[in-house]
Design a protein around this ligand. Structure first.
Ligand code: UD1
Ligand code: UDP
Length: 375
């Protein structure tokens, strides 16, 4: 069975790596990997770690690309790949423009489409933007819907998708996370990390680490507020180190470096390879983020997350009490972080390891379902 896996960005690569590995183990599948390379450096970091060698690399990324450009270039380039490959199934993941366009390309060629991480909803077309619509459109174009949670399945059922096309599998990000956590335990990995962090000059001895990421398009124009909140946290707490690997989008790099460069106790970094990032998550006292994937990973590591967004399509971590939605205003972000730094009881309530998003076996389930469904 020829399956073409299409992806383009860092989070898709992380979440598809376990699926690609699982497909590779089963002799009945002939998996081919096509990267649009909507991301370049941030994608390559993941391909290298998981030893994925794409069969097709469409190389579409341009500096400061618009949504129109990404859509147009990915769609045009995929036509030739589908023509040459004629797979029985196209697999896409998540809510990026590559995921939506990959599903659309499959549909145009009348090839069956499987969508991993289907059914998440914020119910607000513009938040997250454009991800809410990318995901809804990919769902609509897909034949097999792999919902990570019961909540995601319920969303799909409410929208009228037939139950026999929906499969609850857990989120493959937990597979990738647990694989990486295990790898980190080896002496070789420990030595690698010590070297890497020494090179970066990052010394966390005796410090409470606050790990930060923020990159969403709906936050553009509000990144100044977020950075202001980070500055307040750094000013009010002598025992913290805020570490922020800054996303390579120029719309993020510019405002963040301008606002925070040289601030005491704030360390801006280039995007980290996944292994280093997971290690930092596991060392963190607290995580501040607007990322989708990190909202899913942090509960499994028992780390409290303050979600710097107005809405989330991942309510499971909020319900479990390990994440809190704090918006993008400076005062609220600062106060909520300060509460967790000052009040051990509040901190303990959120710092519990729970796994609302998966158990580390999502990829096995997905591949077994594919085998059943493609027979
Ligand atoms: C994209 C996804 C978003 C996802 C995020 C994960 C869309 C529309 N957006 O947003 O859903 O949460 O990836 O990180 O699908 N760049 C580089 N090197 C890289 C990656 C990006 O230089 O490796 C720069 C380029 O200038 C590029 C810009 O970032 O033009 C924007 O990249 P793009 O993929 O369009 O948007 P993201 O903000 O990364
Ligand atoms: N991540 C990483 N290096 C970093 C920051 C994040 O490897 O410097 C990982 C993180 O653990 C998560 C994924 O990248 O698995 C999230 O990607 P991103 O924030 O780019 O996208 P989103 O999840 O918001 O779509």
């Amino acid at each position: 069975m020829r399956v073409l896996i299409i992806f383009g960005t860092r989070p898709e690569a992380i979440k598809l790596a376990p699926v690609i590995r699982e497909l590779g183990k089963r002799s009945e599948f002939d998996p081919r990997v096509c990267v649009t390379a909507q991301h370049r450096e941030m994608l390559d970091q993941v391909l290298q770690l998981f030893e994925i060698r794409p069969d097709f690399d469409l190389g579409i990324m341009r500096p400061d690309q618009s949504l129109f450009e990404v859509t147009e270039r990915a769609l045009a380039a995929l036509e030739g790949v589908l023509e040459a490959e004629r797979p029985e199934l196209v697999l896409v993941q998540g809510d990026t423009t590559t995921a939506f366009v990959g599903a659309l390309a499959g549909f145009y060629r009348k090839i069956r489409v499987g969508h991993i991480e289907a059914g998440l909803r914020s119910h607000d077309k513009f938040a997250p933007f454009p991800e809410e619509m990318n995901r809804r459109l990919a769902d609509e174009l897909s034949d097999l819907l792999f919902a990570p949670t019961e909540g995601a399945k319920a969303n799909l059922l409410r929208e009228g998708f037939p139950e026999e096309r929906i499969f609850v599998t857990g989120n493959t990000v937990i597979d990738a996370l647990l694989w990486t956590v295990e790898r980190l335990e080896s002496p070789e990995a420990q030595a690698r990390l010590v070297r890497r962090f020494a090179e970066l000059g990052l010394d966390l001895e005796g410090k409470r680490l606050i790990l930060v990421t923020a990159h969403r398009r709906e936050s553009f124009g509000r990144l100044g507020e977020i950075c202001h909140a980070l500055r307040l946290i750094a000013e009010h707490n002598r025992d913290v180190e805020l570490v922020y690997p800054v996303h390579l989008n120029p719309q993020v790099q510019g405002p963040v470096w301008r606002a925070l460069e040289g601030t005491d106790r704030v360390r801006l970094l280039e995007p980290l390879d996944y292994e280093s990032f997971v290690w930092l998550m596991s060392r963190a006292y607290l995580i501040l983020t607007d990322s989708g994937g990190i909202q899913e990973e942090a509960p499994s590591l028992g780390k409290p997350v303050l979600v710097m967004r107005e809405r989330t399509e991942r309510p499971e971590a909020l319900a479990a009490g390990t994440a809190k939605l704090v918006g993008v205003g400076r005062e609220r972000i600062f106060q909520e972080a300060q509460r967790l730094l000052d009040e051990p009881a509040e901190y303990a309530k959120m710092a519990r390891a729970v796994n609302p998003f998966g158990d580390g076996h999502a990829a096995e389930r997905i591949v077994s379902i594919l085998k059943e469904q493609l027979r």
